[in-house]
Every structure is written in structure tokens, then in C-alpha cells.
Design a protein around this ligand. Structure first.
Ligand SMILES: [Zn+2]
Length: 86
């Protein structure tokens, strides 16, 4: 499966002009932040730090082909259920 670039968190520090490598979880992000604060700012919270979060899922992101395949599969499942009931 293709990894979407927006699906990971990154920690950004404007003071240092650095961005952490992408991490997949909020826990990983918290580690990056804590490590950066400790190693570069003596544990202080730098001004201008922020988190680059994954974009919320949008239905418009789903390609048309996947919509068609998904719809067909739902129809097939529903048809299968209907055949058993009727
Ligand atoms: Zn920094």
C-alpha cells in the first residue's frame, strides 16, 4: 500500500529551523518533542514550536476507481444477504 505523506506527525521548531523525521503515532511525536526540548533547549519550551499533523480524512481524497470498486463490493454483499433472506 502506498504511504500517504500526510499520515504522519512531525515536530517543528522554528527557533532551530528544524523538523523532526515523520513519526506515525502521537506517542512518537511526544518523544520527539521531549527529546528536542531536552537536547536543544535545556528542557525549556521553545517559542514557535508546533506540530505538523496529518490532514483529516476527506472523502474527496478517495480516487474514483476505489469508489466504484467499493460500491460494487457493497452491492455484491447486499445481494448475497438478500438472496439468503428472500
Ligand atoms: Zn528547537
Amino acid at each position: 500500500m502506498r504511504e500517504r505523506p500526510g499520515m504522519s506527525y512531525r515536530y517543528r521548531c522554528d527557533q532551530c529551523r528544524t523538523t523532526s523525521p515523520p513519526v506515525l503515532t502521537r506517542a512518537g511525536l511526544a518523544d520527539e518533542r521531549r527529546q528536542h526540548r531536552r537536547d536543544f533547549h535545556g528542557g525549556h519550551i521553545p517559542d514557535g514550536e508546533h506540530v505538523i499533523e496529518p490532514e483529516p480524512f476527506r472523502f474527496t481524497d478517495v480516487p474514483l476507481g476505489q469508489w466504484i470498486v467499493g460500491t460494487l463490493m457493497i452491492l455484491i454483499v447486499l445481494a448475497g444477504i438478500a438472496v439468503r433472506i428472500l
